[in-house]
Design a protein around this ligand. Structure first.
Ligand code: NAP
Length: 476
């Protein structure tokens, strides 16, 4: 109880604090409520509803009744608990709740109808989301509630984040913040700082990153900070769609304005857009869409993002020998970018057929891996070799490095083994963070018509990277 009270009193970001009496060994309602500074919800969740309370139902009911007697602002009672007789005795103070940890139940609408009829002050429905479209199911459900009814709809799990951030859109009375990551909670600080929770309203434009996995992406941090800095009413969400159709359903239902697209959807979503430019068609993949009503337009900002640091440094490319390591998605964009500036492209990959396919895009050639020192003016790493956590690796031996420009697309770590070896060999080096920020700036400018204020995206990306690395998480 002492720990619960300490945590309760530490909360500064929330409007209301849920006291989970099922999380303590010695539940004591009087102690939980005494000296509180904010309104509270008292909850004592039984194990059969995903909570920690192992005592009898009688003992649990006694705790909840006591909380009501001692003036708790709200008491949460499970719909399945059979304590419905408490509801009419305490008008305006009971939350009736249901939690499904396996998925959205088939009887959701019927259940919601019964819960609404109970007369509870607030109906809370939480269900595990398996697809983004489960958020759409909850959005549809929200429309069945009347204006004077209070409810909270939550899709649990990482994929349910939109229901927490966009709770205004759902008409939810509040959202739940916290540190329980496996049910998809995010901290109140993150909701307020990164997702600007308090300023999200019906007019807020929704953008996001669609891909999988994307939990450690830097894009939400970069775009959200840029929206704030530019004074634009928009929010950017990580959207780990189950498949491309899942994303399309979500984007239509929420009226999304645009999205960044990453692995594995760069090709699938390309097939679903109505308009693209020549660059996207040459590369065969997009990384950005803009949605204008029913019109979906695709672009690939990796090309401009890749070139930006080279232009910033005034490095001439025309006629220069450019060697690309790897033949995946980024190698295609890099090859097209370099050829568009007149560079002579050679592709080096462990799979020769794949190297040939990339080289063919730009009438380039295929070379052996590693390319020998002196055979290139610009060497670009488009493989993941050297990425966190295997930071001691390099795609080429140090003996293959020489003077020239060495550009590593990897951005975690910011300085890779290959870049360190290259600097020792007298080369100028460029890291992947510049490209990452460059492509994000291009997206932002295309979507909003406004160039993001200088440096804010880069600073946000560096901050996020250091947070991840401090947590010893792995970037993907
Ligand atoms: P991808 O489509 O998976 O392609 C990876 C390429 O690297 C493939 O050709 C793969 O060969 C090759 N490869 C993988 N492991 C290798 C190894 N041990 N030795 C030799 N070759 C190897 O990935 P991608 O999207 O192009 O991304 C590649 C890297 O660029 C990643 O680290 C990514 O984070 C980074 N990136 C950065 C930015 C940025 O903005 N800075 C943008 C895009 C990508 P196989 O096909 O034979 O497996």
């Amino acid at each position: 109880m002492a720990e619960l009270r300490r945590l309760r009193d530490r909360v500064v970001d929330a409007d209301i604090v849920e006291l989970r009496l099922d999380s303590v060994d010695d539940p004591d309602v009087g102690s939980a409520l005494a000296g509180r500074r904010q309104p509270v919800i008292v909850t004592c969740r039984p194990t059969w509803e995903g909570g920690g309370f192992q005592g009898s139902e009688q003992a649990r009911r006694r705790i909840l009744e006591q909380a009501l007697e001692l003036g708790a602002d709200y008491v949460d009672i499970e719909w399945r608990a059979g304590f419905a007789d408490l509801i009419p005795k305490h008008p305006g103070r009971i939350i009736v709740s249901t939690h499904d940890f396996d998925g959205v139940p088939d009887d959701l609408a019927d259940r919601a109808r019964e819960m609404r009829a109970s007369g509870a002050a607030v109906v809370k429905i939480a269900a595990k989301a398996r697809r983004l479209s489960d958020c759409v199911t909850l959005l549809d459900l929200s429309r069945t509630f009347g204006e004077d009814e209070r409810f909270v709809l939550i899709a649990m799990g990482e994929i349910g984040l939109p229901t927490r951030v966009l709770s205004q859109r759902f008409g939810s009375a509040w959202t739940y913040a916290g540190e329980v990551q496996d049910i998809g909670q995010v901290s109140a600080r993150k909701l307020l700082d990164q997702f600007r929770f308090r300023s999200i309203g019906p007019a807020t434009d929704v953008y996001g990153l669609v891909g999988s996995p994307i939990a450690h992406s830097l894009s939400p941090a970069m775009h959200n900070v840029a929206f704030t800095a530019a004074g634009i009413d928009a929010v950017y969400l990580p959207l780990p769609a189950a498949d491309a159709d899942d994303f399309v359903t979500f984007a239509r239902a929420f009226g999304m304005k645009g999205a960044s697209v990453t692995i594995p959807y760069k090709v699938d979503i390309f097939e679903r857009v109505q308009e693209t430019d020549a660059l996207v068609r040459t590369i065969g993949a997009l990384n950005t869409i803009k949605i204008d009503g029913d019109r979906w337009i695709g672009r690939n900002t990796d090309v401009a993002g890749f070139l930006q640091p080279l232009h910033d440094r005034g490095l001439p490319l025309s006629g220069r020998r450019a060697s690309i390591l790897g033949a995946g998605g980024s190698a295609r964009a890099v090859a097209v970018a370099l050829a568009s500036e007149g560079a002579r492209v050679t592709v080096h990959a462990r799979d020769e057929k794949k190297a040939e396919a990339v080289a063919a895009l730009v009438s380039g050639s295929v070379g052996r891996l590693p390319p020998p020192a002196g055979s290139w003016d610009l060497l670009v790493n488009c493989t993941p070799v050297g990425m966190h956590p295997r930071m001691d690796q390099s795609p080429v031996p140090s003996s293959a490095l020489a003077r020239g420009v060495v550009y590593d697309l990897i951005y975690n770590p910011a300085v890779t083994r290959m870049m360190r070896d290259a600097a020792m060999a007298g080369a100028d080096t460029i890291g992947g963070l510049d490209m990452l920020v460059g492509q994000a700036q291009e997206q932002f400018a295309w979507w909003t018509g406004v160039r993001p204020p200088a440096g804010v995206m880069r600073a946000a990306a560096i901050r996020r990277l250091s947070e991840f690395n401090a947590d010893e998480n792995h970037l993907v």
